[in-house]
Design a protein. Structure first.
Length: 292
């Protein structure tokens, strides 16, 4: 009996020890798994933070000082957002997009601007970029299209106007030679005024408005007379025999020449600061050849 009791005690002790070892191994395994999960989660949480920080730094490093959008439809419109951007860089971008030369005055070459506007047409948009802005245009009377910009000028307020030949040049000039050199030296009588009113060609220009009265007059003669009144050169490239019969009063020069012939080129300058437009040159060109 004693031997059996000793055997039972031994087996009881052995079983208890095995159970204890099993429990110890179980808890060790559970603790290890939890530690791995915690470490893995912590690692996963930190990695996006590092990536985000690097991404944010990269974006901040490459963020451009301005964004420019130019659309041609339905009409030409410009959008710009600039934050301490160099005007010279903006001017270069505008020039490339519009395919029009843009000139900066000496005082504006290092100018830095901050502005924001959306979908403005050319002139209102350009006026927001410098104290004095000028745009030279070409108007083709036969095209029926809007004036085509030839050059844009960003100047300081005290710099003065660009040369009239900055982008508008010509190789020849026709002159008008008339008699009656004593005209206007004496007060006009009623008879003289009546005679003047009956003249087949009369051109006057005042307050940036042009008046033309022509009764079956040569187009060449009418253009030369207009050029004389405006004080601008006139190029006659087309020795046409076309006659003009028109009467218009107090209209912008652009509107008047559109009524005279489809073969006229008018070059003009828009002074955006003072809201003025003035003619620079007139050209009577050869008719455009139609496609066969």
């Amino acid at each position: 009996m004693k031997s059996i009791n000793h055997v039972r005690v031994f087996f009881t002790f052995l079983i208890g020890r095995c159970v204890l070892l099993s429990l110890l191994m179980f808890f060790t395994t559970v603790w290890s798994v939890q530690a791995q999960v915690t470490t893995g989660s912590a690692g996963q949480e930190s990695k996006p933070q590092i990536a985000t920080a690097k991404s944010g730094d990269a974006k901040a490093a490459i963020k451009p000082p301005f964004t420019l959008s130019i659309k041609s439809q339905p009409i030409l419109n410009i959008s710009l957002k600039a934050d301490k951007a160099r005007l010279s860089e903006i001017a270069d971008a505008i020039s490339k997009r519009l395919k029009v030369p843009v000139f900066l005055g000496t005082a504006m070459e290092k100018e830095v601007i901050s502005t924001e506007f959306s979908e403005l047409t050319l002139e209102p948009a350009m006026q927001l970029l410098a104290p004095s802005v000028y745009i030279d245009y070409e108007v083709r009377t036969g095209a029926g299209a809007a004036p085509h910009p030839l050059g844009i000028f960003f100047y300081a307020a005290d710099q003065g106007e660009p040369p009239v030949t900055a982008v508008v040049t010509g190789s020849s000039q026709s002159l008008l030679v008339e008699g009656d050199t004593e005209e206007g030296t004496e007060a006009k009588t009623d008879e003289q005024r009546k005679k003047e009113e009956e003249q087949p060609l009369k051109v006057s220009y005042a307050k940036n408005l042009l008046s033309v009265k022509a009764k079956k007059q040569s187009l060449v003669l009418v253009l030369l007379k207009i050029g004389e009144q405006l004080g601008i050169p006139v190029d006659i490239e087309n020795q046409t025999q076309e006659m003009v019969d028109v009467e218009v009063s107090d209209m912008p020069v652009e509107d008047v020449v559109r009524r005279l012939s489809p073969n006229i080129q008018l070059f003009l300058r828009a002074d955006l600061t003072h809201a003025e437009r003035r003619a620079l040159r007139l050209v009577l060109s050869e008719p455009l050849k139609s496609a066969q």
